[in-house]
Design a protein around this ligand. Structure first.
Ligand code: GDP
Ligand code: K
Ligand code: MG
Length: 281
């Protein structure tokens, strides 16, 4: 049997540990507060022709480098790259949860989204065309109710499809940050491309974005590059252009662009339901 390495990535309280427990038959503590999962936990699942090596990680809102959780998740993604990431997204709080998703898209990870807490969404009466969103972002989205074990088989069926390269909607897409920013990203990418400094599977585009955001781990990634000085000088110039244009620091500019993408995507796919209107009046 082939082994598929799968990583659970998502916000705190999105239901990662519940999903891990129900899929791997474990009994890790779940709780409606953050910080229950502090270390990576592993479980094995036999399903169809495969063995899944499933890893549960601490929750994180982004992949910037502010918190120990974020550093832990990034380390896991880049130092032991999984075959497939399951991005657990709480349907009850899409706007916030999808922020991390935009970063996973930038990484160009092989990914399936578990649209968890689907019961909460149903209860709210809101209508979410998740199939449309899936097409927009080129990544399968599977509704799940981890607490009740619903949708788990369907989720792992999609993981297999992605792994086998048979997903009909999986595409490499990236968030379009707009012409000005895209131009600056390209300039840095070009400098990085001159030397193959990476030797591992990390998207140059993502690295360029992170350098523009003055990300410390990204800077460490290029520390042995023969042209590190050239890359950092180019970064400084390009970041300055962006900051002059937008009158904000680059981190804020990228964050705003990501939220802008999410707002646009949800505007097309998400409709407040009757229940909500009743509650408001
Ligand atoms: P984690 O922080 O991402 O590991 O999330 P947990 O698995 O600890 O779950 C956080 C809380 O959400 C717990 O109280 C779970 O029982 C609850 N929960 C998990 N999945 C679902 C679901 O699909 N629907 C609902 N309503 N609650 C869920
Ligand atoms: K939790
Ligand atoms: Mg957990």
């Amino acid at each position: 049997r082939h082994i598929i390495n799968v990583l659970l990535v998502g916000n705190p309280n999105s239901g990662k540990t519940s999903l891990f427990n129900v899929a791997a038959g474990k009994h890790e503590r779940v709780g409606n507060y953050s910080g229950v999962t502090v270390n990576a936990k592993e479980g094995r699942i036999k399903y169809k022709d495969y063995i899944f090596n499933l890893v549960d990680l601490p929750g994180t809102y982004s992949l910037s480098t502010c918190s120990p959780e974020e550093v832990c998740v990034r380390k896991q993604i880049f130092e032991s790259p999984p075959d497939v990431i399951i991005n657990v997204v709480a349907a009850s709080n899409l706007k916030r949860n999808l922020y991390l998703t935009t970063q996973l898209i930038d990484i160009d990870a092989s990914m399936v989204i578990a649209l968890n807490m689907y019961d909460e969404l149903k209860k709210s009466g809101d209508i979410f065309d998740h199939e449309h969103l899936a097409e927009m972002i080129g990544c399968p989205i599977v509704p799940t109710v981890a607490r009740l074990g619903r949708g788990i088989k369907e989720l792992f069926d999609k993981v297999i499809e992605i792994y086998e390269g048979k997903s009909s909607i999986a595409r490499h897409i990236h968030i379009n940050y707009g012409t000005e920013i895209e131009t600056e990203i390209q300039h840095i990418k070009d400098v990085i491309c001159k030397e193959d400094i990476l030797g591992r599977d990390i998207s140059r585009r993502y690295l360029s974005i992170q350098l523009l955001e003055y990300d410390k781990i990204a800077e460490m990634t290029i520390q042995h590059s023969p042209n590190i000085n050239e890359i950092l000088a180019e970064r400084d110039i390009r970041a300055q252009y962006i900051e002059n244009d937008f009158r904000e620091n680059t981190e804020t500019v990228f964050a705003n662009a990501r939220y802008g993408f999410i707002r646009g995507a949800l505007k097309e796919t998400y409709q407040k339901g009757k229940n909500d209107r009743l509650r408001l009046t």
